[in-house]
Each structure stands twice: as C-alpha cells, then as structure tokens.
Ligand binder design. Sequence first.
Ligand code: AKG
Ligand code: FE2
Length: 268
Amino acid sequence: MDFLEKIETDLSSAFIQNGYIIQPCENQSALERIRNKTVDLATNFLGVPYPTDPGVFLDEIVSVLPLTKLNFFRLHIISGLMAESWFREAYFSCARSLVETIVGNELVMQRNIGFSIQIPGDNSSLLPLHSDSWGSECSPFEVVLWIPLVDCYRTKSMFILPPDADAKWREKVQDFAGGGTESLYQAVEPELKWLEVPYGKVVLFTPTVMHGNRINQESTTRWSMNIRFKGLFTPYSDKRLGEYFAPIAVRAASTIGMKFTMPGGFDD
Ligand SMILES: O=C(O)CCC(=O)C(=O)O
Ligand SMILES: [Fe+2]
C-alpha cells in the first residue's frame, strides 16, 4: 500500500533517484531576513557600511575581507545567526513542506549551523569528496537542507554522486585506499552532478552518497548554509538527541505515548 499523493510520490522518486531535490525557497522573506542578518554581521565585523546590494557585497567579499581573518569572520557570523531566536524556524520554513514530504512531520533539527564561505582560489576550507554516513557519527536517515546566499554553480557550488553511481563506486572504494580521496575523486568525476542553485532556491540532499566541493574557480565567493534534519523516531548514531539534534515538531499522540506508563498490578 502506498497512500502518498502524486506530488509526494514524484518528489520521493526524484529524491531516491538523484539523491537531491532543488526547488524554490518556500519562504522568500525568511531567506531574505537570514541573508540580511548575515550581511549585517559581516559589515559589523569588518567595520564597513551596509551595502546597497547585499548579493553583490557577499559575492565580492574578498575586496574587504583579508583571508587571514576568514575563519574568525565565519565563526562571528555563525554565532550571530545562532543568537537570533527566529533563525532556526526561519531556516526550516524555507523548505518545510519539502522536508515533511521527504522525511516526515515529526522532526529533529541539527542544533549547529554549517556555514561555508568559499573564496575563489582558497583551499583552506574545502570538504573533499566524502559520504557523511561512512563514519559512525552520521545516521543514514539524515537529510541536509543546503541553502545558498548567493548564486551557486560549477565549482562555486557542491557536487553529488547520484545513488546508482554511488552504489557502483562504493564497492570499489578499497581499491583507492593507496591513492586517497583525490584518486577516488578523479575516478568518479565524470559521473558527478554539480548543483546549480541560484539564490532563492534550496537543496535537500542525502549525505549517504558521496559529495563535497573543490577549490572555487569562479570569480565570486560562495556563501552557503547546511543544517541536518531527521525523523524524531529514526535510529540515532553518535549524533544524539538533545546534544546534536533538537526536536522541532512532536505530535500529540507521540507526546502521550512517550509519557505513558502502565499502571502496576495488571500482569496477572
Ligand atoms: O557545502 C558543501 O560543499 C558540502 C556540504 C556537506 O558536505 C554537508 O553538508 O554534508
Ligand atoms: Fe557532507
């Protein structure tokens, strides 16, 4: 039996087939608010005035940001966003119905924010080819909601190896042990999908398949965020409920069920 609606079945098939879905942000004003706050934090850190065009400012950040300050700058922005009480709900609202369709409507959300700033030519903050699920710390039930604050394409974006190709190459991973990740990357490179995600769109992907990024060879800087979601009642690995994940949507029947205790004396 499968009582999903057609739209849900179509999205589910696409996610299973491709490993990701790219779609328009479901709440443009929330995305705008997140981007404006990011620009606000960036300008405070740098002591420069608020720009007339936030998108151009982010794209062209190298003109005002010394590379030596990049990590401090990134941490300043992450802690500034996390300090905003509205941030996490705003982020979720950018893809709420998509996450509910792909994952479910009882959810936990990663407490931290992944935040990438990838300056053209910089090799200091790369995430080379990996699958989060190869280590024990990531549950294969997780999905990543990846949202760019600028237009992302080619090497300014990230790549994914679609599930069929991932399954094929995963069998051969041990053959590449000697040559390391770079040799595996070279082998899978023709089959990778580079995600084209203009500002205003979002990506939901499964981190069970190989993915990552390379040195940004475009002329402008990549700004993107990533936060994980999974079903409240799916298995937890090292990323524990309450530490790594926080519940964001718990339904009434589950609340009753979790509190329920059997009265004594009914065993016989
Ligand atoms: O942003 C990227 O390029 C990669 C993100 C990633 O590896 C992840 O969110 O698991
Ligand atoms: Fe990853």
